[in-house]
Design a protein around this ligand. Sequence first.
Ligand code: FAD
Length: 283
Amino acid sequence: MHSPIFSLEVFPPKSHAPVGTIYDTLDGLEEVNPDFISVTYGHGALHDRTLTARIAHTIRHDYQIPVVAHLTALYSDERTVDEALGMFHKAGVSGVLALRGDPVDGNEPCGVFAHASDLAAYIHKTDPGMKIFGACYPECHMEASCLEVDVDNLKRKVDAGVTHLITQLFYDNADFYRFLDLARAKGIDVPIEAGIMPVRSAKSVNNMTKRNGSKVPSAVEALVERWGDDPQSLCQAGIVYASEQVCDLVAHGVDGVHLYTMNRPALARRIWANVEHLFTVSD
Ligand code: FAD
């Protein structure tokens, strides 16, 4: 176990890609030696509900790496959650990241779990041994009226049984420190891992702004402006920027860093090579 915690996130291959491509990702991540890998869960009503569990099983049993399975609430009811938990147990997961998920046009939500806290409470009640992770938003969730309200809602999620939080990506550590102070002041005392996603392309930065409302600080704008048409240089700059973010977070005593790998192991390896010595190994 590293101190602070160092974890990675992968997603199941897109439906048009062969499921075997996940092995290329996992082979490439082996030397990073994370404390755990989390596996995302599809959203909407129509995705393959077994995919996350199958990949979690591979990570746990073929690579011997602890694994956390994501699970979304909006399109789940008690039966599908029970089924998912059964599959996750068989896969040997160390925990479940309980999420609300986002509405998908044309798909009517099940109407059973409105918020992640409802899903967390259900898991806590029906599967008390399962460790429950939750998501949080240093720049405020897009739908919340302000950070104060969002953190009040986050406290409900922790009160419902969440014992470990992972943040949405952010590019400005000052936003994380502000959020952390507020969360601690509101009595949220569980570990909070900082989510870091390296800048890869101008398009990916724009997508993140649109999808999550992530602010793009002038330092990131400058990278995109200078190397937006030169993907290799932008990627290199993104690795340096993310490594500096991690270095500053560790210097400030962060509980953990969760790297969004985007299934690009080379990026994760290069960032890890830059920061590895800042993470000590404890029992
Ligand atoms: P919630 O905690 O339910 O919050 C959503 C909104 O509701 C917020 O504005 C909050 O303030 C408000 N709220 C929360 N509780 C209450 C309450 N009790 N009463 C009133 N308001 C409330 N999506 C996927 O589809 N699959 C994934 O695998 C996935 N992984 C993710 C991993 C991380 C680390 C993060 C940060 C996000 C991930 N997401 C994933 C995206 C996530 O589903 C969306 O960000 C979604 O919009 C919110 O999910 P949540 O669990 O934070 O929701």
